[in-house]
Design a protein around this ligand. Structure first.
Ligand code: SAM
Length: 282
C-alpha cells in the first residue's frame, strides 16, 4: 500500500508506529485471529490503524494499543481485526470450483443423497456463500434439506453479507439469467442496488467464527468446505490446526476447496489432492 496524505500527516505529527508497538499489535492480532504479520507489513498496519485511530480521536499508537487492551467487551478488538483483514471477494471467484461443485452435486443427488451441508469459511461480504447457494439451487432438484453455513471473524462484514445488497460493479461476474432469477433490482438513495432474493438467502446462516481457534461448535458431516483466500494470513501451525478440524467435520468423500494461490503442500497430511486447490477426504 502506498503512503497516503494521511500517513504523511502522521509523520508530521511525529506519531509513527515504532517497532516495539508494532510487535505488540502483531502479537495481539496473532493471538486473537491467527493472522501472522511480518515486519514487512509494518507500513500497512500503520496506515490501516491510523485510519481507525483518527475515527477515535487518538494520535498515538501506544495509546490505541492500551485502549484495545483495556476494553473488556472486545468491541475495539473487532474494529482492529476489521482494519487489518482484507475482505476482497467476488461472485463466482475462481469459477473452476463452482463447475466442480455442480458436478459433485449432480453425482451425489443421482446416488440418492438428499441432505446437503456446505460451509463457506471466511465468507467476507457474502459473494461466496451466495454463489454456493445459487449453484445448489440451480443444480439440485430439491434444496429442501440444503444448508450453508457462512462464517467470518469480522462482525461488520457479516452485517453487510446478511443484507445481501450489491452495487452494479460488484455483480459484473453474475450471468444475466442468474441476476434475473435470484436478485431483486431497486433504487436506494438514488443508486441502483441488486439484492439477493429470500429464496437464496434463506438457505444460508451467517455467524461469527474465528478460524484460528478450533474446535468449532458445529455438527458435521459436511459435504463441501470452501476455505478460500483466508489461510494466506495464517502461519503453518494455525493452518494445520484448521485443516485438521475441517478434515474432522467433512464426510468421507467430502471436498475442500482452497484459494488457487494458497500452497498447502507439506501440511495436508490426510487430504488427497484432487487437482490444484481441490482436496478430498477419503
Ligand atoms: C480475502 S477474504 C476471502 C473471501 C472469500 N472466501 C473469497 O475467497 O472470495 C478473507 C476473509 O477472511 C476473514 N478472516 C481473516 N482472518 C480470519 C479468522 N481468523 N477467522 C475467520 N475469518 C477470518 C476476513 O475477515 C475476510 O473476510
Amino acid at each position: 500500500m502506498s503512503a497516503t496524505n494521511s500517513d504523511d500527516k502522521n509523520v508530521m505529527n511525529n506519531v509513527q508506529l515504532d517497532n516495539e508497538t508494532f510487535t505488540q499489535f502483531a502479537d495481539l492480532i496473532y493471538e486473537k485471529a491467527g493472522i501472522y504479520l511480518s515486519s514487512q507489513k509494518q507500513a500497512l498496519v500503520s496506515s490501516r490503524l491510523g485510519k481507525r485511530m483518527r475515527k477515535l480521536g487518538l494520535n498515538d499508537y501506544r495509546a490505541y494499543y492500551k485502549h484495545i487492551r483495556d476494553d473488556e467487551t472486545d468491541t475495539e478488538l473487532v474494529h482492529l481485526l476489521d482494519a487489518i483483514s482484507t475482505n476482497v471477494t467476488q461472485f463466482y471467484r475462481e469459477p473452476r470450483h463452482f463447475d466442480l461443485f455442480r458436478d459433485l452435486l449432480n453425482r451425489w443427488e443421482k446416488e440418492g443423497q438428499r441432505r446437503f451441508r456446505f460451509w463457506s469459511a471466511g465468507c467476507s461480504s457474502g459473494e461466496e456463500p451466495y454463489t454456493i447457494a445459487i449453484t445448489a439451487r440451480k443444480t439440485l432438484q430439491s434444496v429442501q434439506d440444503t444448508k450453508i453455513l457462512a462464517t467470518d471473524i469480522s462482525s461488520t462484514i457479516l452485517e453487510q453479507a446478511r443484507r445481501g445488497e450489491y452495487e452494479p460493479k460488484r455483480i459484473e461476474q453474475v450471468p444475466d439469467s442468474v441476476l434475473r432469477a435470484f436478485f431483486r433490482k431497486y433504487t436506494k438513495g438514488g443508486n441502483t442496488v441488486y439484492q439477493i432474493t429470500e429464496d437464496i438467502s434463506s438457505m444460508i446462516t451467517f455467524a461469527r467464527l474465528n478460524l484460528a481457534t478450533p474446535p468449532f461448535p458445529m455438527q458435521g458431516p459436511l459435504d463441501v468446505v470452501f476455505c478460500r483466500n483466508v489461510m494466506i494470513y495464517f502461519d503453518n501451525e494455525v493452518r494445520r490446526r484448521l485443516l485438521n478440524e475441517i478434515y474432522r467435520l467433512l464426510k468421507p468423500g467430502g471436498y475442500l476447496m482452497v484459494g488457487h494461490s494458497e500452497s498447502l503442500s507439506g501440511i495436508l497430511s490426510e487430504f488427497k489432492v484432487v487437482e490444484p486447490a481441490v482436496y478430498r477426504k477419503d
